[in-house]
Design a protein around this ligand. Structure first.
Ligand code: ADP
Ligand code: MG
Length: 692
């Protein structure tokens, strides 16, 4: 039989039916699947010794048979497990404390491999808490000692030694069969192993250098293909859709600036320059505007919307919540009082009659500027002439949502705004089809926010600070991760904090309670009372995280802060210090906190720049929920790690851009395989279906 990548795993030598079935359960059916089932880690068992040859204190590995097991309670619930293992040179004792559950696994006669640092106890070698590798009965299945041993993701019914054997069989017989997508020139330029060598290196490296070289090829390939797909998407968008050319001349610029109540900051001006350049082209703008909370992104959006309206097109501003949409509506209405721009709010809380009226106005072109929630899109409002869509506080305005606002091959321009900066590596990958503008300065007179980590012992003092602010006429937020105590997590809840504070530290003050289970009308009412000053303290979940602007609020108290990401904490901190008065932010530390959590919170205490915090958070926690695949709609990366493989990413990105520039449709025959791989992986999620 000629070897083929499509060979079913069951046809490999010594693969029982039940193993093949278990592997099929995790999507491993053919030898090709095994070749690309990469190790998640490696173990180093290279220094293998006969027991008689062991040396003290060096990490070494022995293989032997269990000949004796003794378990003993040592009082007060403690225990000691001793296992004697023998090879053909001598016997050794392995010891575990308080791990009696291991006892039943050490059957007399079972073969095990033990790794650790031995020491002599009397006349016998002893290892305390060695690493155990359970071996099969056949020494031929043992992990190869001259190589690093791969550690594979497993499934029920397939132990590690079996997985190693099955993958090794696939590598031995089939590693040279997969298509080589890279030309020799490209491999040479970027130092990439050919596919067969790379597969052998990643599954069976003789040392760390070989392991890294094997892995690097696949990381590069994955990121390269992704970058090609992103380039293809940009290319395709630019040829398939056209947007109105909105040209801002000096007269229009002066007219718009007259409406703004303040001087623009250099960061705002630079962002506006980027936007103005994009709008003048008939290719739809796809720009992400990132800037810290309070950096003044709204004005950039307003500028773009006014430019659009001035030349006869409509604009829409979409906010994630009704509270924010109403807030934007108020701000814009105030700034637009001196203009003829017809702006209207459209949110779920309005009556059906009001909504129908606004929709009709939008469809007839009588409304220039519509302000609403993201949900507005789902209701499929028909715009007469939509030129620009601004999406506020949303990291990703997905490919599919964008499609909703298109009409035929006409697309509006898009401006997406976020206060949670996207780490560079992510803006080059998951968000790679957006251009980025960043505002890194703040409007003048912004008051600093002092941040405190509040130990339980000094909480009383902290609340004195808060009461001091309140007595000076300021307002405060108290934020907790949970709504109520019903959830299984041990963290503060808004309801309990509200109850406790009402009768405790903040007795006598006027408190309001806000969380996601309130109806939109209730939320609005709570927010309105706080905004107007009727409520002094707003106890809330993170529904107030984004965008809420109450300049008189100066104190932010965060309970159970360890449950929040740094960017999220930063968003919360940004709710205060927005007016004339400096803000304070206190993180109420729990009684017990891991070292890792504490150092994360210390980083937060010491860093006031949102961009830096986003990078720190990303390094410490990875992409996490904020930037998860769920948000971006792209399939997850399989091997590349954006934190660790940053340099490879930059190299792959440049290489992909070069290749795409020489052959935009990837039509050349030597690019056929790359194109196929790109379409197979990203064709759907990036809507590349009709490329070429
Ligand atoms: P964010 O970027 O968080 O959305 P906003 O657009 O809400 O920030 O602006 C925050 C506050 O700063 C608002 O009250 C706004 O009026 C004010 N602001 C924005 N730009 C300037 C500026 N150039 N000079 C003074 N105040 C400004
Ligand atoms: Mg905002």
């Amino acid at each position: 039989m000629a070897p083929e990548l499509g060979t079913p795993i069951a046809q490999l030598p010594r693969v029982p039916r039940r193993v093949a079935d278990a592997l099929a359960g995790i999507g491993l059916r053919h030898v090709a699947d095994l070749l690309f089932h990469f190790p998640r880690d490696y173990e180093d068992f290279r220094d293998r010794r006969k027991i008689a040859d062991l040396e003290a204190e060096l990490p070494q590995t022995v293989v032997g048979e269990v000949i004796d097991v003794e378990a003993r309670g040592t009082g007060f619930g403690k225990s000691r497990l001793g296992v004697v293992v023998e090879d053909d040179s001598a016997a050794m004792r392995a010891m575990w404390f308080n791990q009696l559950f291991l006892k039943d696994k050490f059957k007399i006669g079972r073969r095990v491999q033990l790794s650790g640092k031995p020491k002599l106890a009397g006349l016998r070698w002893e290892m305390v808490h060695p690493r155990i590798t359970w071996l099969g009965d056949d020494p031929a299945d043992d992990p190869a000692s001259e190589n690093l041993s791969p550690v594979y993701p497993l499934t029920e019914g397939v132990p590690q030694h079996t997985m190693r054997r099955v993958v090794a069989a696939a590598v031995d017989g089939f590693a040279d069969l997969p298509d080589e997508v890279f030309s020799g020139a490209l491999r040479a330029k970027h130092g990439l192993l050919p596919i067969g060598d790379a597969l052998r290196a990643i599954h069976r490296p003789k040392d760390e250098a070989e392991r890294d070289a094997g892995r690097r090829r696949f990381v590069f390939q994955e990121l390269f293909v992704l970058q090609l797909a992103l380039a293809a998407r940009r290319h395709q968008q630019s040829v398939s859709f056209s947007a109105p050319e909105i040209v801002v001349d000096t007269r229009l610029d002066a007219r718009i600036e007259r409406l703004l109540p303040f001087e623009l900051t250099p960061g705002q001006q630079a962002a506006i320059d980027d936007v103005v350049a994009d709008l003048a082209s008939d290719q739809p703008m796809n720009r992400l505007l990132q800037g810290d909370v309070g950096s003044g992104k709204t004005v950039v959006a307003l500028y773009a919307m006014l430019a659009c309206v001035a030349v006869g097109w409509q604009a829409v501003l979409l906010a994630p919540t009704e509270v924010l949409a109403r807030q934007h509506n108020q701000t814009l209405a105030a700034m637009l009082r001196a203009s003829r721009v017809r702006s209207r709010l459209l949110v779920g809380g309005m009556t059906e009659k009001e909504k129908a009226e606004v929709r009709a106005g939008i469809a007839a072109g009588d409304v220039d500027l519509a302000i609403g929630t993201h949900a507005l899109l789902q209701e499929k409002v028909e715009f007469a002439k939509l030129g620009l869509a601004v999406i506020d506080e949303q990291h990703k305005f997905g490919v599919r949502q964008r499609a909703l606002l298109r009409q035929g091959n006409r697309s509006p321009h898009y401006l997406v705004m976020t206060a949670t900066p996207i780490p560079r590596t992510l803006s080059m990958t998951q968000f790679g089809d957006l251009e980025v503008s960043s505002i890194r300065d703040m409007p003048p007179g912004r008051q600093p926010v002092r941040t405190y980590l509040v130990e339980p012992a000094v909480e009383g003092k902290w609340w004195e600070h808060v009461r001091q602010q309140l007595s000076e006429g300021r307002q405060a937020y108290v934020v907790a991760p949970l709504i109520d105590d019903s959830e299984a997590i041990d963290a503060a809840s808004a309801e309990r904090s509200f109850a406790e504070l009402t009768h405790g530290e903040l007795a006598g003050y006027r408190l309001g309670l806000m969380h996601g289970r309130l109806t939109p009308a209730e939320k609005d009412a709570v927010m309105e009372r706080f905004r107007g000053g009727a409520t002094q303290v707003l106890v809330s979940t993170t529904v107030i995280e984004v965008g809420v602007d109450v300049p008189n609020a100066t104190a932010m108290v965060i309970a159970s802060p360890q449950h929040f990401g740094l960017s999220q904490l930063h968003q919360l901190r940004g709710r205060v210090g927005r007016g004339r008065h400096p803000g304070i932010c206190g993180l109420l530390l729990p009684h017990e906190l891991s070292d890792a959590a504490l150092s994360r919170l210390q980083a937060f205490e010491q860093t006031s720049d949102g961009f830096d915090l986003a990078e720190i958070d990303f390094r410490l926690r990875g992409p996490g929920d904020l930037f998860g695949d769920r948000q971006t709609g792209l399939p997850p990366l399989r091997i590349a790690d954006l934190v660790r493989d940053r340099d490879v990413l930059i190299e792959a990105r440049t290489a992909a851009a070069e290749l795409f520039a020489t052959d935009p449709g990837l039509k050349a025959s030597e690019h056929k395989l790359l194109r196929k791989q790109m379409l197979r992986r990203y064709g759907d999620s990036l809507e590349l279906g009709d490329v070429g």
